[in-house]
Design a binder for this molecule. Structure first.
Ligand SMILES: [Mg+2]
Length: 394
C-alpha cells in the first residue's frame, strides 16, 4: 500500500455547466430554474439544469416532459453546443497554465497531475484555489475542485464538495471518508455490480473494506480486487495527457439527435480550431484525420483520411473532416447522435521537413495570428465567421 503520497492530483468539474453558461450570458435567468434540453413538447431529455431546478427534483437525462411536470415554472432552453464548446476551451486553457499533464474526461471535467508544479504555483490547494478564481473572474463560471493523491479520490472530493467546492481528501482521511458511502460510489460500479455486492451483504464501501479479499475473490472473481483497492483509497492509474496519446480529438453527444448538416459542419470547424490550436501548442503535426458519427440506433461509423503532408492547420483538418462528412452524408442522411473529429499519426513539428510544411503554409499565417490574439485576449475574442453558424436552435 503506497504511503504518504503527495496531494498531486486535481480533478476539476464545472457546476451545472450548460445552465451556468446561459445564466452568465443572460442575467435575467440568474436565480431561476433553468433547464437545458429543449421545449417540454419535444420528446427530448434534460441535458443540464441549474441548481434552482434541481431543488424541484429535475435531473440530467430525465425526459423534458417529466421535468416540466416537476417544475412548470422552469425556463426551458435549447442546447447551444457552440457556446459550451467555446467556454470549455477557455476553461481548459486556464487549467493548462498550471500543468502540462491534463486528461480531459468530458466537455466540463478533467484531471491535472501537478507533480513538480508546486515550486512555480504553490501548494495543491493554492493551485486549486487559483483555478477556481480565474474561472470565476475571467469566465463567470463556477468550477468545483477536488484534490487528493490519486484520480479516484480527487474525483470523489469534487463530488463531495459540489457545488462550487474546493475539497481535499488526504491519504490518511481516505478510508474514513469512504467507509459510510454506498458501494455505488466506487468508480466503475454500475447497477449489475452493485447488485452482486449487495447479494454478498456489501452495501457500503466500509463493508468492502472489512471483507477478507481472498474469500471474496473466490466468490466474485479476481476482478473484484480492483474495487477492494479503491475501497481502501488505492488507485494507481496515471493521468494520461493528450500529447502522450496517439491522437487528439473532440467529440460530443447531442442531447437531441441533429439533422441539420450546416450545424454539424460548423461543429466540425469548431473542433478543427480546438485541435489545431492544441497541435500548435504541443508543437505537433498530424497526418490523419478521423471523423466519427453515431446514429440514434447507436450504430457508429468512423472514416479516416491521410493528409498529403503532415499539418497543424485548422483549415486542413477541417476540410479533410468536412470531406469525410460529406461522403458519409451521401450514403446516410439520418439524424446524428454524436459527432467527433480527431487527428492521428502525430509527430513533433521539428521532425517534419520544411518541404512538407510548404503545403500548409497558406493557412499558417492566419492560424498564428488567431493564436496570438487568443493568447492576449482570450479564446472568446475571435473566431472564424463560419463557426457562428452553429448558434442555432438545435
Ligand atoms: Mg459538470
Amino acid at each position: 500500500m503506497p504511503l504518504n503520497q503527495a496531494l498531486s492530483i486535481i480533478h476539476c468539474d464545472l457546476d451545472a455547466f450548460f445552465a451556468s453558461v446561459e445564466q452568465r450570458d443572460d442575467p435575467s435567468l440568474r436565480g431561476l430554474p433553468v433547464i437545458i434540453g429543449g421545449s417540454p413538447e419535444a420528446r427530448g431529455v434534460v441535458s443540464t439544469c441549474s441548481y434552482e431546478a434541481r431543488a424541484f427534483g429535475v435531473r440530467s437525462a430525465m425526459p423534458t416532459a417529466q421535468a416540466y411536470r416537476l417544475c412548470p415554472q422552469g425556463i426551458f432552453l435549447p442546447v447551444n453546443m457552440k457556446k459550451y464548446i467555446e467556454a470549455s476551451g477557455q476553461v481548459f486553457e486556464i487549467m493548462a497554465a498550471y500543468s502540462p499533464l491534463i486528461e480531459p474526461l468530458s466537455i466540463d471535467e478533467a484531471f491535472l497531475d501537478i507533480t513538480g508544479c508546486n515550486r512555480l504555483f504553490g501548494s495543491a490547494e493554492k493551485i486549486g484555489q487559483s483555478i477556481k478564481e480565474r474561472v470565476c473572474h475571467e469566465l463567470g463560471l463556477n468550477i468545483s475542485v477536488g484534490i487528493s493523491c490519486n484520480k479516484f479520490l480527487a474525483k470523489l472530493a469534487t463530488e463531495l464538495g459540489k457545488p462550487n467546492g474546493l475539497k481535499i481528501i488526504t491519504e490518511e482521511e481516505a478510508a474514513g471518508v469512504l467507509a459510510p458511502l454506498p458501494i455505488a460510489n466506487l468508480w466503475g460500479v454500475g447497477p449489475k455490480t452493485r447488485q452482486a455486492f449487495e447479494r454478498q451483504g456489501i452495501l457500503t464501501i466500509g463493508d468492502l473494506q472489512q471483507v477478507n479479499i481472498e474469500n471474496l475473490e473466490k466468490q466474485m472473481g479476481s476482478s473484484i480486487r480492483d474495487y477492494w483497492e479503491l475501497a481502501h483509497g488505492i488507485d494507481n492509474r496515471r493521468v494520461e495527457p493528450e500529447h502522450e496519446a496517439k491522437s487528439i480529438g473532440r467529440e460530443t453527444t447531442f442531447p437531441r439527435d441533429v439533422e441539420d448538416d450546416l450545424f454539424l459542419d460548423s461543429i466540425l470547424l469548431t473542433f478543427a480550431e480546438i485541435i489545431g490550436r492544441r497541435l500548435r501548442k504541443a508543437e505537433l503535426t498530424a497526418q490523419t484525420v478521423t471523423l466519427k458519427i453515431r446514429y440514434p440506433d447507436f450504430k457508429t461509423l468512423t472514416r479516416s483520411k491521410t493528409i498529403s503532408a503532415p499539418s497543424d492547420a485548422d483549415m486542413t483538418i477541417y476540410q479533410t473532416g468536412a470531406d469525410l462528412f460529406a461522403e458519409l452524408r451521401r450514403q446516410n442522411t439520418s439524424r446524428v447522435r454524436l459527432i467527433g473529429l480527431s487527428v492521428g499519426r502525430l509527430q513533433s513539428r521539428s521532425k517534419v521537413c520544411q518541404d512538407s510544411l510548404f503545403q500548409t503554409r497558406v493557412n499558417k499565417p492566419v492560424d498564428e495570428v488567431l493564436d496570438s490574439i487568443k493568447d492576449r485576449f482570450g479564446e472568446r475574442i475571435i473566431t472564424r465567421a463560419e463557426t457562428l453558424l452553429s448558434d442555432n436552435d438545435e
